[in-house]
Unconditional design. Structure first.
Length: 158
């Protein structure tokens, strides 16, 4: 699990959302990363601050490239909420600029570049505490009909 620099709490009660089982950010996924994100409404940016432990390394002391891509995908996907939409990743392009080290304080930020119909184009970066860009991504997300998506999950027993 990622070490959360800024603790995030979630509540339950009447009208609560179903459990979030996402591997990247879901608190209901016991084996997940539990990445915390916030939304800066004024700047329309998604922000996450955390450090990743040794369990996420590829080479010794270096976060695995797939995990770096996952962190960027998580941040980018959350930008769609500024539009009141649910969207899934259609394409993700990651540029690895510097090693992302385990145990290092990280900040990921993501924002929207443009929208074209049902397609949303988001971008984001992972930076270290000195502001150096370690990795960046661009992604294309396609909006989904939530009711149809949930109905399909019910049919498959998910």
């Amino acid at each position: 699990m990622a070490e959360n620099i800024n603790a995030v709490t979630s509540g339950a009660g009447p009208g609560a959302k179903p459990p979030n089982v996402c591997f990247g950010c879901g608190e209901a996924n016991a084996g997940g990363m539990h990445l915390p994100f916030s939304h800066d409404e004024a700047a329309r940016r998604v922000i996450g601050e955390f450090r990743l432990g040794d369990r996420y390394q590829g080479a010794p002391g270096i976060v695995h490239g797939g995990i770096v891509a996952l962190v960027l995908d998580e941040a980018l996907s959350k930008v769609s909420k500024f539009f009141g939409l649910r969207a899934v990743t259609a394409e993700l392009q990651v540029e690895y600029l510097r090693p992302v080290r385990t145990g290092q304080d990280l900040r990921v930020e993501a924002c929207n570049e443009r929208c074209e119909g049902a397609q949303l184009y988001h971008c984001g970066e992972i930076r270290d505490t000195h502001g150096r860009v370690l990795a960046r991504a661009k992604g294309r997300f396609v909006t989904v009909n939530v009711d149809r998506f949930l109905a399909a999950n019910k049919e498959t027993g998910k």
